[in-house]
Design a binder for this molecule. Structure first.
Ligand code: F6R
Length: 365
């Protein structure tokens, strides 16, 4: 079943180009420069009336939702809020009748996410689900939704489900954008960027040996910081979560510039800092943040755009991803972080597919 891979997690990381292809199959409509989903059960007219989107999820699904927030704000110009399902379900969260609620779950069985779905439905909101497991409780109870088609995810640490969720959210942002102001050429550019993801992810997977070298620098650490700006902030959070879950090293994800407001006190020779910093609009500012860590002798692992000499020269190890439009960069940048966590955990002799204290689906509240 493992097909030559040492662990399910590794197999699932490596199968992500196919995961993305499967999630997109039949959903990208070139003639209209948009994406289409069969199961939303809402007409274009109903979707056009939406003024606000709320995402509720837990863990890695919550991180994917945060990437979705950036994408929907950017492409569809709609306000989005991302809620921890366990908080949302018990809060007095104001929701007007033009708010669309989505829950996201790989398993479709997470107790708090199901609770959030039930609470939103009880209040009369159209509630949609982005789910991997066909026929799961969340899939059955939602008014409509989008399946990920990622196939079974066996490793407890979620990897390919994250990529499937992010690409589905990119398509959702495109769909909502094209119902509003996004022009055909702009929509087409996003569509083509999405189509390019599997091949580009394949390029990133080829750099695994380099990523393992970075893992060697982190194996003895006790703390690590993961930093990212804008759409890469949730990617940094996801990288830190992967490391915590399977290697038992403490890691924190932070917005890059927020580091100065506290976490920089942690930085010393023994604290690796992983900067998720592909080229984008704020790149110069990010480089000055990297310099601040360098001045404090922190080990720097830079995840950036191939050929970025600025970041590469500041990094102890530079992990390249191919040049790509910003909207798809999270799908490329997350791969080195998944592999980094994997190789740190492997080097530390951890039980990668069954990390202590964790279960694949969290059915207690
Ligand atoms: C992280 C992880 C968990 C899950 C979370 C939500 O690797 O596996 O954080 O993401 O328990 O699970 P689902 O998506 O099944 O609702």
């Amino acid at each position: 079943e493992l097909g030559g891979h040492a662990h399910y997690m590794l197999k699932e990381i490596r199968e992500q180009p196919e995961t993305v292809t499967d999630a997109c199959r039949g959903r990208l409509i070139r003639a209209e420069g948009t994406a289409h989903f069969g199961g939303l059960n809402l007409s274009p007219r109903q979707l056009r009336r939406v003024r606000r989107v709320v995402f509720a999820a837990c863990g890695t699904s919550w991180h994917a939702a945060m990437v979705g927030e950036y994408l929907i704000e950017r492409l569809a110009d709609l306000p989005v809020e991302v809620e921890y399902a366990s908080e949302f379900r018990y809060r007095n969260a104001p929701l007007d009748d033009r708010t669309l609620v989505f829950v996201l779950s790989q398993s479709g069985e997470t107790a708090d996410t199901l609770g959030a779905l039930r609470e939103a439905r009880r209040r009369g909101h159209p509630t949609l689900a982005i789910v991997n497991t066909v026929g799961s409780t969340i899939a059955r109870e939602a008014d409509g939704g989008i399946y990920l088609h990622a196939g079974p995810e066996v490793g407890v640490a979620s990897t390919k489900a994250f990529s499937a969720q992010v690409v589905v959210l990119a398509m959702l942002a495109l769909h909502l954008g094209r119902l509003r102001h996004l022009s055909f050429p702009d929509g087409m550019a996003v569509l083509e960027a999405i189509e390019s993801v599997p091949a580009l992810m394949g390029e990133v997977l080829k750099t695994e040996a380099k990523i393992d070298e970075a893992a060697a620098l982190m194996t003895q650490a006790r703390n690590a910081l993961y930093l990212g700006r804008d759409i890469h902030f949730p990617v940094a959070l996801e990288g830190a979560l992967k490391l915590k879950e399977i290697s038992y090293l403490h890691a924190e994800g932070y917005p890059t510039a927020e580091m100065k407001h506290g976490p920089i006190a942690l930085v010393d020779r023994e604290t690796p800092c992983v900067f998720v910093a592909p080229k984008g609009s704020l790149h110069a500012k990010t480089l000055s943040n990297v310099e601040e860590v360098k001045a404090r002798h922190g080990t720097i692992i830079g995840v950036g755009t191939e050929g970025d000499e600025g970041l590469a020269s500041l990094s102890d190890i530079f992990l390249p991803i191919p040049e790509a439009p910003e909207v798809i960069q999270p799908l490329l940048a997350v791969v080195p972080l998944q592999l980094l966590a994997y190789h740190v955990a492997r080097r530390r002799g951890c039980d990668i597919d069954k990390p202590r204290n964790l279960a694949k689906s969290v059915t207690v509240e």
